[in-house]
Write a protein that binds this ligand. Structure first.
Ligand code: SF4
Length: 425
């Protein structure tokens, strides 16, 4: 029996730019079990990070979540807010997109936390690492004391800290308990001499050490779900391995669920139980690690796997996927398979946008590709020069935002009633 902690249904996140509407996340579904690691993999620009940021509510204007549901299972929270937001509750689950932004934000730290690709830009260079981790601990301690006022407390705390900090540089705003807990967190993530290192500034840490410190900060609230967005990309290979080992160990020790965003299939193979392959804002294939690696159907999945060096296999050239990911601008996205211009098996059938079909392997192995429905028929193959070099059908007239026939764009389902700076105004 599964213990689903997070379920995303039909999530759409748009950016309303001067160039037009960008469909960064275009109706994705995914399901994560408690204690598992779910990997979202794809090239840069496929919508992976926007998906992660949508889940943790870090989308800022001109971005906006326009449709979908994000169901999070937490019986205590569901019970606590059921009277105030009955429409957002289904048993012991909460639809995070139906609760006000202030409540949603209060879940950051204790329920959801995130580690980012570049630790250098995530730490304030003028404050010691220990102090910054202790601040995160302090905010969570205050929030636990009064969970309904997390936002107000954390904002007040930050403002007070800034004002008093500018007047008395030696003043401390975190309790000694929080400082001690920060040192314990540094020790937990394998920082040697944590007492001394806590008093050092970010520039005194190496890249790997700072990444560990960021993980320590993310663990301050003992989150249920840790979202790791390309957590090892900025590190050299040996440090990457150490950070992955650390995440593995912490997951086992703390029972965390991890959503891992990466372009690196080696990281996926090592860490993940389930995988979603993302392309042009859609999850085009999803299933268990074995489904996706051993029984994949989608040519994009095959292309990603073919572009990974195989040190144990026969020596041969890597097979990069030709072409580029599309811009995701709504008026440039045609109603066909978005991978068709790069796909070696593109057929006439692919000129309609494919549905999601069940695929081989486990029950929930699905693929958004007609090959799962009809198989490949070279009699229906598109000619090699069907698309021009920009991904459009050769000779096709460009259709701009003012020329559209109304098939694109949609009514916005969200945001919820309370709007903030994080919502489209
Ligand atoms: S739907 Fe067609 S073009 Fe798209 S990936 Fe499948 S075979 Fe290729």
């Amino acid at each position: 029996m599964t213990d689903e902690i997070l379920r995303v249904d039909g999530l759409k996140t748009r950016f309303f730019t001067d160039e037009g509407q960008v469909n960064a996340v275009d109706g994705i579904d995914l399901s994560i079990d408690r204690g598992d690691t779910y990997g979202i993999v794809g090239e840069s620009g496929s919508g992976k990070s926007v998906t992660a940021r949508s889940i943790i509510d870090l989308i800022e204007p001109p971005g906006e979540i326009t449709n979908g549901e994000i169901w999070y299972r937490d019986p205590d929270l569901a019970d606590a807010i059921a009277d105030d937001y009955p429409d957002a509750i289904d048993g012991d689950r909460i639809d995070l997109l139906r609760i006000p932004p202030s409540v949603r934000r209060s879940l950051r730290g204790s329920n959801f936390s995130m580690i980012f690709q570049d630790p250098q830009s995530s730490f304030n260079p003028t404050i010691t690492v220990g102090e910054q981790i202790a601040e995160a601990v302090e905010v969570q301690r205050r929030a636990s004391a009064n969970p309904r006022s997390t936002r107000a407390r954390s904002e007040e705390y930050t403002l007070t800290s800034m004002i008093l900090g500018s007047m008395f540089s030696s003043r401390r705003y975190v309790s000694s308990e929080s400082h001690e807990q920060a040192i314990e967190l540094l020790e937990l993530v394998g920082i040697p001499d944590p007492v001394e290192r806590a008093d050092e500034y970010p520039h005194e840490y190496s890249g790997g050490m700072l990444q560990r410190a960021m993980i320590a900060q993310a663990l301050a609230g003992e989150p249920d779900v840790l979202i790791a967005d390309e957590p090892t990309t900025a590190l050299d290979v040996t440090i990457q391995a150490q950070i992955l080992d650390l995440l593995d160990d912490l997951q086992e020790e703390l029972g965390m669920t991890i959503l891992l965003i990466t372009h690196n299939l080696g990281v996926v193979a090592r860490m993940c139980d389930r995988v979603g392959v993302m392309y042009a804002g859609e999850i085009v294939e999803r299933g268990t690690l074995e489904d996706v690696f051993d029984d994949h159907v989608h040519p994009y999945t095959a292309g990603l796997l073919g572009s990974v060096p195989d040190l144990e296999g026969a020596a041969g050239r890597l097979q990069p996927i030709p072409g580029n990911v599309p811009s995701l601008l709504d008026h440039e996205m045609e109603n066909r398979c978005h991978f068709a211009d790069r796909c070696p098996k593109a057929m006439e059938d692919c000129l309609d946008h494919p549905a999601e079909y069940p695929a081989s392997g486990s029950d929930d192995h699905t693929v958004r590709c007609v090959l799962a429905e009809t198989g490949y028929d070279d009699k229906r193959a598109l000619p090699g020069d069907y698309f021009d070099g920009t991904g459009r059908p050769a000779g096709d007239k460009h259709v701009g935002p003012d020329d559209r026939d109304g098939d694109h764009g949609e009514e916005r389902q969200h945001p919820p009633a309370e709007t903030t700076g994080g919502e489209h105004q």
